[in-house]
Design a protein around this ligand. Structure first.
Ligand SMILES: Cc1cc2nc3c(=O)[nH]c(=O)nc-3n(C[C@H](O)[C@H](O)[C@H](O)COP(=O)(O)OP(=O)(O)OC[C@H]3O[C@@H](n4cnc5c(N)ncnc54)[C@H](O)[C@@H]3O)c2cc1C
Length: 389
């Protein structure tokens, strides 16, 4: 097939998929968001619908039953979903990072065994890196895996784990050699299905990001077969985690775009309806300045996100691009959600509107998948590396 035909076929497939997502969001999600959000209720029915749409296999290779979507198409899907209810995107994002760990670093046998079950959503889960004492400094983790014959025995605690309660399997970052120097050489990533010795000790209460479960997980002499070590070789855990996080950062950037865009759209609409001093508030220059800035932020965040996704799809090194997109889009979400609240006046503070949710959800985008402080440092380091004096 010539490249032109292949590209137009890919565009048509993407358009059909995005159309199906839009229809699902308008029919089955949008009408229920306020209720589920305020009850902090897990959206079981929507998860079943997400399975049918293939979202749990969105970026998994079709050879293993996934949709094999490019990061670009994936980002467009995430943006749409986050515009309606950001929490939903978390249910498949960390699951897909777990899958990416296996796809990128797993053995052929691990891919054949796990990826088809991840793709259908039969096994769902996430990524367990953070511990009570460390998040950014991952090399300081203390969860320990000791080899015992053809098994590993794991002890430790992970916290803030998305899908921790509803998920059944996690990519678990452990220390296989706590004395190793550099520290990352003693780190490994395991596939950890729930079983004896693996308990959920706490559901964590949060400001926002409702509906999706965040939990503390405890491993107490938890035993798994040695073939659950991703890649079959110890010492590659940090590399496995960081590789998966590139896609994760594009996802968080796309969530930021979705939230920033939702805040803008609600504000454009509301400002045409609400009147003060005899005219719609959108005709006051003070409100126009806000709308102009908000719209520019959305577009800039979107372009940065698509640029990072393009680099990822081209197989280029994209930590700087993903870092810029994640940093800018998440800050855009924070700024736009606050401006939307100001534009909505008292109603922006009401639980009957969505605006207060954007305001509670947006800051998470600045923290997850590497804080924005760290993103700026990654960008600077890459600048220095790419442009030596
Ligand atoms: C709702 C939610 C869901 C989450 N889901 C998951 C999940 O599914 N899996 C998972 O593993 N984790 C998850 N996390 C954890 C998240 O990834 C961490 O909170 C994040 O990485 C930051 O780590 P920390 O909270 O330990 O902060 P710390 O690392 O203690 O950082 C505290 C502050 O210091 C700054 N800082 C740290 N080091 C440096 C440095 N070297 N230079 C400059 N500034 C620095 C940080 O930017 C931050 O501002 C989740 C968190 C939340 C809130």
């Amino acid at each position: 097939m010539d490249t032109h035909v292949a590209r137009s076929q890919a565009n048509e497939e993407e358009a059909a998929l995005l159309d199906a997502i839009d229809k699902w969001l308008n029919r089955d999600v949008r009408p229920h968001v306020l209720k589920l959000e305020h009850a902090d209720e897990y959206p079981h029915e929507m998860v079943e619908q997400m399975k049918e749409l293939g979202l749990f296999g969105a970026t998994i290779d079709p050879e293993y039953g996934g949709l094999g979507l490019s990061a670009t198409t994936y980002a467009k899907i995430v943006e749409r979903i986050a515009e309606v209810w950001m929490s939903l995107s978390g249910i498949f994002n960390s699951h897909l990072i777990m899958a990416a760990c296996v796809s990128r670093m797993g053995t052929a046998a691990q891919k054949a065994e796990w990826l088809p079950k991840f793709a259908t959503g039969e096994i769902r889960g996430g990524l367990a890196l953070t511990e009570p004492d460390c998040g950014t400094d991952l090399q300081a983790i203390r969860t320990r895996a000791r080899r015992d014959g053809d098994h590993y025995v794991i002890n430790g605690t992970k916290t803030w784990i998305s899908n921790g309660i509803q998920g059944s399997c996690f990519a678990l970052l452990v220390k296989t050699d706590p004395e190793a120097t550099p520290r990352h050489k003693g780190m490994s990533m395991m596939l950890a299905p729930k079983g004896a010795g693996f308990t959920v000790s706490k559901k964590l209460e949060k400001l926002g990001y409702k509906g999706i479960d965040s939990a503390e997980l405890v491993f107490d002499d938890y035993r798994i077969p040695a073939d659950h070590l991703i890649g079959g070789e110890e010492g590659r855990g940090l590399q496995t985690a960081l590789g998966g996080l590139e896609l994760g950062r594009i996802n968080v950037a796309a969530r930021g775009v979705g939230l920033a865009s939702a805040a803008l759209k609600d504000s454009v609409k509301y400002s045409q309806i609400r009147k003060t001093m005899g005219k719609p508030i959108c005709q006051h220059q003070a409100i126009q300045l806000k709308l102009g800035e908000m719209a520019t932020r959305v577009q800039a965040a979107r372009l940065l996100t698509y640029d990072a996704a393009r680099a990822y799809d081209a197989g280029e090194r994209c930590d700087m691009e993903a870092g810029m997109a994640k940093f800018y889009a998440s800050e855009a979400a924070v700024e736009n959600s606050l401006e939307a609240m100001r534009i909505h006046g008292g109603y922006g503070y009401s639980k009957e509107y969505h605006v207060e949710r954007y305001y509670r959800d947006a800051p998470l985008m600045c923290i997850g998948e590497g804080t924005n402080e760290i993103q700026r440092m990654i960008i600077a380091k890459q600048l220095i590396e790419r442009f030596p004096a």
